[in-house]
Design a protein around this ligand. Structure first.
Ligand SMILES: [Zn+2]
Length: 248
């Protein structure tokens, strides 16, 4: 019950016990008795000139308390989102997420909060739906990997040269989860070298993507795509040249 609700109820009942609350001081005492422990504790050592000032003070404390709770909720939400769906996290399942988080944070009910957060995550739900589709026997080579099917790539160039000779960063982002890889490179690298680098840094972790989007334009993209497939062995190539999704 909120303080406002309690006050209204109290005043209503007080009408039937006018003798008991005839004096303001007594009215205050009765009112205090019915408050929850925390409010009682914070109010009992003060004297208030009037019943109404006591009620005002109780309302003020209640409001402050609600503000603090709201801030706590927001911090928890931030921690959960940081651990689940920002650029640096990979939509872990709730068990893994809880174990990772537990290393640094704890609050009462955290395990349940983690499970609930994952259960309503849009991306995770879409992925689950995708996996529950009945397997099509005519497409035995369909890649089951759901992440990294569609990536975008950008290059951050014009950086000071490092000791190892890098002067730019190749940013590869999974379009679904927004997980990013940052690969140091040099702008003089050939397409073949980029393809090699891509295989060692991305393909070995996530498999071959179905679609690449780059702000370098379609010519760069298709050339890179070709180089990439030249560098991959024929078996892998065979299983990935069929792109049912890309043409609609
Ligand atoms: Zn998720």
């Amino acid at each position: 019950m909120s303080v406002t609700e309690y006050r209204d109820k109290f005043l209503q009942l007080a009408r039937y016990a006018t003798a008991e609350v005839a004096e303001d001081r007594e009215k205050q005492e009765y009112f205090l008795e019915g408050l929850n422990d925390e409010l009682q504790y914070q109010l009992m050592n003060h004297t208030f000139p009037s019943f109404h000032q006591l009620v005002d003070r109780a309302l003020f404390i209640e409001r402050k308390h609600q503000e603090i709770e709201e801030r706590k909720r927001n911090i928890k939400k931030l921690i959960l989102s940081e651990a689940h769906d920002t650029a640096y996290s990979i939509h872990p399942g709730s068990t893994k997420m809880y174990h990772d988080l537990k290393e640094r944070f704890w609050w009462y009910g955290m395990k349940r909060a983690v499970a609930e957060y994952v259960a309503v995550c849009d991306t995770c739900q879409r992925v689950k739906a995708e996996h529950q589709r009945p397997a099509d026997l005519l497409q035995p080579l369909k890649i089951l990997e759901w992440k990294w099917e569609e990536i975008s790539m950008d290059f951050i160039v014009g950086l000071p040269r490092t000791q190892k000779g890098y002067n730019s960063i190749w940013v590869v982002v999974d379009r679904l989860t927004k997980v990013a890889h940052f690969i140091p490179m040099n702008t003089t690298y050939s397409g073949a070298r980029l393809a090699e680098l891509y295989i060692s840094r991305i393909v070995c972790l996530h498999g071959v993507t179905k679609r690449i989007i780059s702000d370098r334009g379609s010519q760069f993209t298709s050339r890179f795509w070709e180089q990439l497939h030249d560098s991959l062995d024929s078996k892998l190539r065979f299983s990935t040249t069929y792109h049912p999704q890309t043409d609609g």
